[in-house]
Design a protein around this ligand. Structure first.
Ligand code: PLP
Length: 960
């Protein structure tokens, strides 16, 4: 069957404003004859590229899907029994279609505006409750980036929280997965602290320790009673982290009951596809008292202005936005969508269902173990949950090859040892086949519910007792629960989300489609290379395109968020200086305007942060730069600049800044999160950068997922290539899949558990680039500038635009300055953000990078009608500010301060506010038809932090 070429260019679908009349209207407002002329005026000439991007011709949606299908078909799908932290699982179809593939969930932003995020906050609170129950630790966060980096975060948390011995070594049990040990070692190397890997089954080593890390079950599958070693560690003043498998914890005594302070792990096997390694939500649970040192997002319960319980992010003052280099971690984007998926898996199955899955998984493993033992094969451990490790001297390759021929992947541990891990998808036939390849046969089947580990280790405590894990059983209930939650939220499927610096553009359906194809989603990250040719082709091709777009020499897709790209990029700089014998170079210059992750990442990479001033016009202050360079000349490692800057400006001096830092021996890190203002126009690798990270979940169309997943590839110039992140398992070799699509493997410090990080979502960015092509990508950038400048120009008379370049233009975003109005009337930027909810809008970025302002980034995907709707709302809000100024109503009783208005508030029969109820609910006429009511009114943040509740509250809390 041949596919008819689709007539319309995909760029015309991706870009919102395409009608020439609309473009002309916008240009007339701005006083330019063409979009090109606008761009020429806005972007400094000395950074512009002089040739179009060298990319393959654009594909139609059908063409891109056909290419993706070809690549998918080059992957070989097997039954995955490799284990090692990644298990087969069944995503309930309703969760796949109604969450993972549903734009109402995947296009949402991180819930910083809690009133329009109650649905996803509830789902994330369910996640926290699930983790907290299963680990038996009272507080759990709403996801970390992956298991290995979560373990590294736990190590750092123990060092922060252990007052007496925080600077002492960390002891890691040798029975952790090798990838986790590698990531922990990498963090330790960067920060210069000691990690000792020891066999803790023989007791604790000598010396002071800040903490120890154990794993349950272990790398060799062992289920071990950790009570004694935990008690011994605490006796010696060390803290304890256990890396634990949540499914195993439905049967095994949880870490919290054995005395652990912290538990971390992966929730992938709760219904999230293998995705060739990610994205998956990692978790962290802690004992009480550690919450202020915990990394990552924490959902808490507070109340709104009517006293109704309401969810919000708690203790945000720990995070890098506020704490910068003193933050508890650099994590910003996490894994919200995957955490929501895992939580819905638990809601769907309930505790009985999860336990039944665990018992079945365990019984299959025991059946296999019995068959192997009967055949005289020695097992490494007799007490295990789902992983049987068999000794087959000299025969491992043979057994694994035979299993592969039978359609099953097993784990090669070494030449004499094979691992087999069972999971939710395992069947009796699969066990019989596996037994067969070992030369054994199944004589008797172990009954479910009969446990093969010490009775003292069998879990007795309840879990998932909250009604939410019992009340949603039928598919109809589940369908409505998911709809009810998503209906409470504003995502891109309802409104533009004009968040500056976040680039909330279209995530097209064709881009999304391939990610759940089994030939992509069902591949284990440690599957043999000859089974992953399609993945490698896609990855190599995407790498090549991103290298062309950025002007660097090479790129690593391993970092699974922008923050991790920063960390990896700074580690590359660190490695380079060390390689040159310049280990003393540890100062990282960071402008005051930078994103909080920059400073937090620099600290994690072992650098000292020195702040460089910005001028009043928003540029980097060259005099201050010179002073800081002079002061730190011999210690200068790097400068981290965002381009265009976080002020939405193309700093005209950027080449000069790069030259001065280079002249002093420093490296230039260009934060590429704002790449949406550069693609096709300028390349950071050509105007002075040595390294940049990109945010594929901003510029390259991966959806934000309500707070993740993300991909933060790190691109570098030639001299930094050897320092790109390496393979955390240490086993990969550069592999050609036969068509020249070679993926290079480097030797730098790995940052997450798998070579390609969140590979599973890379088809989205691949499709985005493939469908837009060089011309479409460049047009998208131009239109991002057009939209932002149009908004700035239309709103300028109502709200001052904080920074503009010498041309009077902004880049792809603009900052609306409320400070003068606030001084005059008391109306704050936050009031405006909350009032926008009543107009059905998600607020722009609030208070970043300048307190008291709103940063607006419309992106190229918004049409003129939507831009006008936003402008109309902002002008109406400005009129209300004037009403406050004129004394029409007092600030505290104004529609601004009382915003947002719930349905309950406006239908109340005792409406007694000094403004009409119609103005509250329908401030512009179009809202009479299409109205979003937030489920709660303005939320009291301080109350939630004072009274921390981070698991599902009792249902009575919501009554009355
Ligand atoms: C979004 C952003 C980051 C952080 O990216 P995450 O993926 O959230 O970690 C860093 N710098 C800038 C300028 C950003 O806008």
């Amino acid at each position: 069957m041949s596919i008819a070429p689709y007539a319309a260019d995909f760029a015309d679908r991706h870009i919102g404003v395409t009608a020439s009349a609309d473009i002309e209207r916008m240009l007339a407002q701005l006083g330019f004859p063409s979009v090109e002329a606008l761009v020429d005026a806005a972007v400094p000439a000395d950074i512009r590229v002089d040739r179009p991007l060298d990319l393959p011709a654009p594909l139609s949606e059908q063409g891109a899907l056909a290419r993706l299908r070809e690549m998918a078909d080059r992957n070989v799908l097997k039954t995955q029994m490799i284990g090692q932290g990644f298990s087969g699982t069944i995503t309930p179809p309703i969760v796949l279609r109604k969450v993972l593939e549903n734009p109402a969930w995947y296009t949402a932003y991180t819930p910083y505006q809690p009133e329009i995020s109650q649905g996803r906050l509830e789902a994330l609170l369910n996640f926290q409750t699930m983790v907290s129950d299963l680990t038996a630790l009272p507080i759990a966060n709403a996801s970390l980036l992956d298991e290995s980096s979560a373990a590294a975060e736990a190590v750092l948390l123990m060092r922060r929280a252990n007052r007496a011995q925080g600077s002492a070594k960390t002891v890691v049990d040798a029975n952790l997965f090798p990838q986790t040990i590698a990531v922990i070692r990498g963090r330790a190397e960067a920060l210069g602290f000691e990690v000792e890997v020891a066999d803790l089954s023989r007791g604790l080593p000598e010396g002071d320790m800040s903490g120890i890390v154990l794993q349950q079950p272990g790398d060799d599958g062992a289920v071990v009673d950790h009570t004694a070693i935990i008690a011994a560690a605490k006796e010696r003043g060390a803290m304890v982290t256990v890396v634990a498998d949540l499914l195993a914890l439905t049967l095994i005594t949880p870490p919290g009951e054995q005395g652990a302070d912290i538990a971390v792990g992966n929730t992938q096997r709760f219904g999230v596809p293998l995705f060739f390694g990610g994205p998956h939500a990692a978790y962290m649970a802690i004992r009480a008292g550690l919450e202020r040192s915990m990394p990552g997002r924490l959902v808490g319960v507070s109340k709104d202005d009517a006293g109704t319980p309401a969810y919000r992010l708690a203790l945000q003052t720990r995070e890098q936005h506020i704490r910068r280099e003193k933050a508890t971690s650099n994590i910003c984007t996490a894994q919200a969508l995957l955490a929501i998926t895992a939580s819905m898996y638990a809601v769907y199955h309930g505790p009985e269902g999860l336990k039944a899955i665990a018992e079945r998984t365990h019984a299959h493993a025991r059946t296999l173990a019995a068959a192997l033992t009967a055949a005289g094969i020695e097992l490494a451990r007799s007490e295990f949950f789902d992983t049987v490790v068999a000794r087959v001297p000299g025969r491992a390759e043979r057994v694994i090859a035979d299993a592969e021929a039978a359609g099953i992947n097993l784990r090669r541990i070494d030449a004499d040892t094979v691992g087999v891990s069972t999971d939710e998808t395992t069947t009796a036939e699969i066990i019989a086949t596996v037994a067969g390849v070992f030369g054994a046969s199944v004589a008797e089947t172990v009954a479910e519910g009969d446990y093969g580990f010490a009775p003292g280790l069998v879990r007795e405590s309840d879990y998932l007792t909250h009604p939410i894990f019992h009340s949603v059983r039928s598919e109809t209930q589940m369908l409505r629960y998911l709809r009810r939650l998503s209906g409470r939220d504003l995502a891109l499927d309802r409104t533009m989300i004009p968040l500056g610096s976040c680039t909330m553009k279209l995530n097209s359906t064709a881009e999304m489609e391939a990610i759940s194809w089994p030939e992509f989603a069902g591949i284990h990250p440690y599957a043999p290379e000859h089974q992953t040719a399609g993945w490698r082709e896609l990855i190599a091709d995407l790498e090549g395109r991103l290298v062309e777009i950025t002007g660097y020499a090479g790129i690593s897709l391993q970092p699974n968020a922008g923050s991790q790209g920063e960390y990896a990029g700074l580690l590359a700089i660190r490695g380079y200086h060390r390689g040159n014998g310049d280990a003393q170079r540890d100062v990282c210059l960071i402008p005051a305007s930078a994103h909080g992750t920059n400073a937090a990442s620099a600290v994690l990479a072992g650098m000292r942060v020195v702040v460089v001033k910005n001028t009043d016009a928003g540029a980097i202050d060259l005099d201050d730069l010179d002073a800081k360079i002079a002061e730190h000349r011999d210690a200068l490692a790097a400068i981290m600049i965002t381009y265009p800057s976080t002020y939405g400006l193309y700093d005209v001096d950027v080449r000069e800044v790069c030259d001065r830092v280079h002249a002093a021996g420093g490296q230039v890190y260009i934060d590429g999160a704002n790449m949406n203002a550069l693609v096709g126009l300028a390349k950071p690798g050509e105007f002075g950068g040595d390294v940049s990270h990109l945010n594929l979940h901003k510029t390259f169309a991966i959806p934000h997922g309500g707070g993740g997943p993300g991909v933060g590839p790190v691109a570098v110039a030639e001299h930094l290539l050897p320092h790109l992140p390496g393979d955390p398992t240490g086993s990969a070799v550069a592999a050609s899949s036969g068509t020249g699509d070679t993926v290079a493997v480097r030797d730098g410090i790995p940052v997450v558990a798998t070579l390609f990080g969140s590979a599973g979502v890379l088809p989205i960015s691949w499709a985005y680039i493939a469908m837009l092509g060089a011309d479409g990508l460049t047009r998208a950038t131009r239109h991002a500038l057009l939209g932002a400048n149009y908004i700035a120009s239309r709103l300028r008379d109502h709200f001052p635009v904080l920074f503009t370049g010498e041309s009077g233009l902004v880049a792809h975003e603009c900052i609306l300055d409320l400070r003068e109005l606030t001084a005059k009337t008391g109306v704050t930027a936050e009031d405006v953000a909350k009032r926008l909810i009543d107009f059905g809008f998600h607020a722009p970025t609030l208070a970043f990078p300048v307190a008291g302002t709103l940063m607006v980034e419309p992106t190229e995907s918004e049409d003129l009608g939507e831009l006008e709707r936003f402008i109309e709302a902002m002008i109406a809000i400005r009129r209300e500010i004037d009403q406050v100024a004129a004394g029409d109503f007092p600030l505290l009783e104004s529609p601004l301060r009382r915003a947002p208005h719930t349905a309950a508030a406006v239908v109340s029969s005792d409406w007694d506010r000094p403004y009409p109820v119609e103005q509250a609910a329908f401030p512009v006429p179009s809202l009479r038809v299409d109205k979003y009511f937030p489920p709660v009114g303005r939320i009291d943040g301080a109350h939630g932090d004072r009274n921390l509740v981070c698991s599902c509250p009792a249902p009575e809390a919501f009554e009355g």
